[in-house]
Design a protein. Structure first.
Length: 311
């Protein structure tokens, strides 16, 4: 999922082992770069220039593929392709291991497991959230510039760590925001987080949601608002009755790390659930009855009393 630390892990590994290779290159934000004009061609130029340690000119992306194959097929290289979201991006940069010399290593970070399996990636590592001790240390480094929280802030810090549920992005964003604030300000900020999530965190998490098919978005929001913790088969029966094609839809959500299945029950990270509910709340912040979904007693009563329920 977004914010779990894929890029950070890849960068650390890259810095530690790059000396073992004849050439190396870290291509950051591949998805974003591909969206720009001439993005594929410029990434190919960067890849060739950094590995060969000389200026490389690529006329077009097709010729770039041929240049990569021709000039790197005998070199033992290390390449990191960061934030890949489509198999065509890999096809332009590193479609097959035989493009490069023996012993080469290609590391790819992605939010979508299907991108990796489709291109025959040999080993897939699923980044894990931090345990409570490491999460508290990371949060303390941002909030107190120390490995442990200040004595008066221990319980409040544990509340934030519980809220972040091991997501490094949330720990860093909230920790930086809390730095230098009083206990009263901390309490107020935590209460606000429980009502309105931090926009910076939501924006990062939402990237995966925005890339979904419309039916997959509906499935995600229904799970976030109503069905988290239900048996997978039951969820599929419910959603199929709505015409959502839930077998393929839930599988896509699993591949994009938006939901997980454990002991046949469907789960999602609590911040992803908060994001889903915030997306629905923003459909009509002032009038709950005009939202697509209602899940709290208070909002249902308010919508019925005001007679504002939408079609």
């Amino acid at each position: 999922m977004g914010g779990i630390g894929k890029t950070t892990v890849a960068r650390v590994v890259y810095d530690r082992i790059r000396w073992q290779f004849e050439g190396s290159c870290f291509l950051a934000n591949v998805k974003e770069a591909f969206a720009e004009k001439d993005g594929p061609r410029r990434l190919q130029e960067q890849l060739l220039s950094e590995i060969l340690m000389e200026r490389a000119s690529v006329w077009d992306s097709y010729r770039g593929i041929e240049m990569i194959k021709r000039r790197l097929q005998r070199k033992k290289i290390l390449v990191v392709l960061d934030d890949v979201d489509d198999h065509t991006q890999l096809e332009s940069l590193a479609a097959e291991s035989k493009w490069f010399g023996p012993g080469s290593r290609i590391i790819i970070t992605s939010r979508d497991k299907q991108v990796l399996t489709r291109n025959g990636v040999a080993i897939i590592y699923e980044a894990e959230k931090l345990n409570d001790d490491d999460a508290l240390m990371l949060f303390s480094q941002k909030a107190f510039k120390n490995d442990q929280p200040a004595e008066d802030f221990v319980e409040l810090s544990k509340q934030v760590v519980g809220y972040a549920n091991g997501l490094p992005l949330a720990l860093e964003v909230i920790g930086s925001f809390m730095h230098g604030r009083s206990i009263l300000e901390w309490g107020s900020a935590i209460n606000r987080l429980n009502d309105i999530p931090d926009r910076e965190i939501i924006d990062v998490l939402r990237i995966s949601f925005d890339g979904l098919h419309e039916l997959e978005k509906k499935i995600f929001l229904d799970i976030a608002c109503f069905l988290k913790g239900f048996k997978k088969d039951r969820i599929i029966r419910i959603l199929d009755s709505c015409g959502f094609h839930a077998h393929i839809g839930t599988q896509v959500l699993i591949e994009k790390s938006l939901i997980s299945v454990s002991r046949d029950q469907v789960w999602m990270h609590n911040l992803l659930q908060i994001m889903g509910k915030e997306i629905v709340r923003c459909e009509s912040p002032e009038e709950p009855g005009r939202r697509s979904r209602l899940w709290t007693y208070e909002d249902v009563c308010l919508a019925l009393m005001d007679n504002t329920v939408s079609s």
